[in-house]
Design a protein around this ligand. Structure first.
Ligand code: NAD
Length: 460
C-alpha cells in the first residue's frame, strides 16, 4: 500500500495552479480536445479495463461494459453540449433595472479533487472527471485502494495521456487521502460511505472548499399488488445482484404488500436461478465481494433472519450467493446498516402508510424504488417520502440518463452530477450586471432628502 507520495500533494497542486493560471483550460476547444483524448484513452484500454475489474471484483465483462466503459456515452454527451453549457446565459431584468443587462457566466473553479469508491472504481472517478474537464478545471484523482488493479491501470492511463500539471492521479489509501485533504482545493468531489463523507466535509470546511458528497444508505424497494410480476422480478433481481449487490443504489431491502408476498418470493427465487443457474458460484455472470473485511461483514449479516434462498459462501473466493432473507427484525444490524452486498431482506406491510412511515423513520435514502401501476400510490409515495432519486417500476436505471442529476439528500449525500449537472457542479455561476452611460437616475444617491417616498412607492 502506498503511504507516501513521490512528490508532495502541495507540489502537485502548485503545478496545477500554475497551469490553471495560464488560462488554457478556459478555452472550450482545449476542453473538447481533452474530452476526446479521455475517450480515446478508454477505447485504447478497453480490454485492460475489463481485466482489471475482473481481477478486483470478478466483474463480468458485460457488466464492465454496461456500468464502467459505458461512461464514454457521457463524454459524447458533454462534447455535444459543451458549447451551449459554456455560453453566458442572459438573465431577465426587472422594470426598475431597465437600463441594465444581466448575464450568468459559468467559470471553472480551479483545482478539483476527486476521491473514488471501489464498487465501480473506474466509472466513479472518470464520470466526475468528465464534468471537471468540461467545466475547465485541473484535477487530482484519488481512486479507491480497495480495487488495486483498477487503481494502478487508471494511474498508468492518466499518466500516459495527460500532463500531471493538468490531470494527475494519486494512488493510495486513507493516509494519502488525508494528505490530500489537508491541502486547499477549489472543489472536492467525494464518493464513498456516509461516515467518511463527514471526515471529508470537515477537512473541506477548514479551507471553505465546496463539496459534492456522493454517499450511500439503505434504498428501499416497495412492491405493491398492481404490477406486472414477471417484469418486476427481473428488474429487482438484476438491480440487486448486479456487481454482487455492491451498488450504491441497489435495492437494499424489499417492502412488499403482504397480499402478494408469496408470489413475489417464489418468483424472485425462480428468477435468481434463471439468471445465475442452480449454483451461482459457477456462473460467469456473478461478481465477488471486494475484500475479506466486506466478506466477513456480509457473512455475519446472514444470521439476522431466515435464509429462503442462497446463504452459501466460499470464503477463499469471497463468494456469497444471491440471498433472500425473510423474518428479519427491523432492529437487527441487517436493517440498520447499508447491506452493500448480495443479501436482500423481504419485509411485508399491510398498508402503504406503514411502509411510508418506516422509510420516513430512517435516514433519507439515495434511491427509492416503487413497483406499482396505481397512479394514486405513485403520487403518494413521491409526495410523502424524500430520497436522492426515485425509479418507478424499475431499479438502478435512473442513474444512466444524463438529463437526470444523480445524487443524494440528507445522509445519502450533498450535490449531484451526470450530464449538465456535472458541468454545473464543477463551475461557478458568475453573475454579471452591466449598466449603460446613457442616463444616470439620481434616486439612490445622497442626499436622500425627499427620495424615501419614491423608494416606498417602488416597494409597492
Ligand atoms: P469509503 O468511504 O470507505 O472510501 C471512499 C474513499 O475514501 C476511498 O478512496 C478511500 O481511500 C477514502 N477514505 C476512506 N477512509 C478515509 C478517511 N478516514 N479519510 C479520508 N479518506 C478516506 O467508501 P467505499 O467503501 O469505497 O465505498 C462504499 C460506500 O460508497 C457505500 O456506502 C456506497 O453506498 C457509497 N457509494 C456511493 C455512490 C454514489 O454515487 N452515491 C457510489 C458508489 C458508492
Amino acid at each position: 500500500m502506498i503511504t507516501e507520495l513521490p512528490i508532495s500533494a502541495a507540489d502537485i497542486i502548485r503545478k496545477q495552479r500554475d497551469f490553471f493560471q495560464t488560462g488554457k483550460t478556459k478555452d472550450v476547444n482545449f476542453r473538447i480536445a481533452q474530452l476526446k483524448k479521455l475517450k480515446q484513452a478508454i477505447l485504447d484500454n478497453e480490454q485492460a479495463i475489463v481485466q482489471a475489474l475482473k481481477a478486483d471484483l470478478n466483474k463480468p465483462e458485460f457488466e464492465t461494459y454496461a456500468t464502467e466503459i459505458f461512461v464514454i456515452k457521457e463524454i459524447d454527451y458533454a462534447i455535444k453540449n459543451i458549447k451551449t453549457w459554456t455560453k453566458p446565459k442572459k438573465a431577465p431584468v426587472t422594470i426598475d433595472f431597465f437600463q441594465y443587462s444581466a448575464k450568468i457566466y459559468p467559470e471553472p473553479l480551479g483545482v478539483a479533487l476527486i476521491i473514488g469508491a471501489w464498487n465501480y472504481p473506474f466509472n466513479l472517478v472518470i464520470s466526475p472527471l468528465i464534468g471537471a474537464i468540461a467545466a475547465g478545471n485541473c484535477t487530482i484523482i484519488k481512486p479507491s485502494e480497495l480495487a488495486p488493479h483498477t487503481s494502478s491501470l487508471l494511474a498508468e492511463v492518466i499518466a500516459k495521456y495527460f500532463d500531471p500539471a493538468y490531470i494527475a492521479l494519486v494512488e493510495g489509501g486513507v493516509e494519502i487521502s488525508q494528505q490530500l485533504l489537508a491541502e486547499k482545493f477549489d472543489y472536492i468531489f467525494f464518493t464513498g460511505g456516509t461516515s467518511v463523507g463527514k471526515i471529508v466535509m470537515e477537512a473541506a470546511a477548514k479551507h471553505l472548499t465546496p463539496v459534492t458528497l456522493e454517499l450511500g444508505g439503505k434504498s428501499p424497494c416497495i412492491v405493491d399488488t398492481e404490477i406486472n410480476l414477471e417484469h418486476t422480478l427481473k428488474r429487482i433481481i438484476w438491480g440487486k445482484f448486479l456487481n454482487a449487490g455492491q451498488t450504491c443504489i441497489a435495492p437494499d431491502y424489499i417492502l412488499v404488500d403482504k397480499k402478494i408476498k408469496i408470489n413475489l418470493v417464489d418468483g424472485l427465487k425462480k428468477t435468481i436461478k434463471e439468471f445465475y443457474g442452480n449454483n451461482p458460484a459457477t456462473s460467469p455472470d456473478y461478481a465477488r465481494i471486494i475484500s475479506q473485511k466486506h466478506f466477513d461483514r456480509l457473512a455475519n449479516l446472514l444470521k439476522y433472519g431466515e435464509v429462503i434462498i442462497g446463504g452459501e459462501t466460499i470464503p477463499e473466493e469471497r463468494y456469497i450467493a444471491p440471498t433472500l432473507i425473510d423474518n428479519v427484525s427491523l432492529d437487527a444490524p441487517i436493517m440498520q446498516e447499508e447491506i452493500f452486498g448480495p443479501i436482500l431482506p423481504i419485509i411485508e406491510y399491510s398498508d402503504i402508510t406503514e411502509a411510508i412511515a418506516f422509510i420516513n423513520s430512517r435516514p433519507k435514502p439515495l434511491a427509492l424504488y416503487l413497483f406499482t401501476q396505481n397512479k394514486n400510490l405513485q403520487t403518494r409515495v413521491l409526495q410523502e417520502t424524500s430520497s436522492g432519486g426515485v425509479c418507478i417500476n424499475d431499479t438502478v436505471m435512473h442513474c444512466g440518463l444524463p438529463s437526470l442529476p444523480f445524487g443524494g439528500v440528507g445522509d445519502s449525500g450533498i450535490g449531484s452530477y451526470h450530464g449538465k449537472a456535472s458541468f454545473d457542479t464543477f463551475s461557478h455561476s458568475k453573475s454579471v450586471l452591466q449598466n449603460s452611460f446613457l442616463l444616470d437616475l439620481k434616486w439612490r444617491y445622497a442626499p436622500y432628502e425627499g427620495k424615501l417616498a419614491f423608494l416606498k412607492r417602488l416597494l409597492g
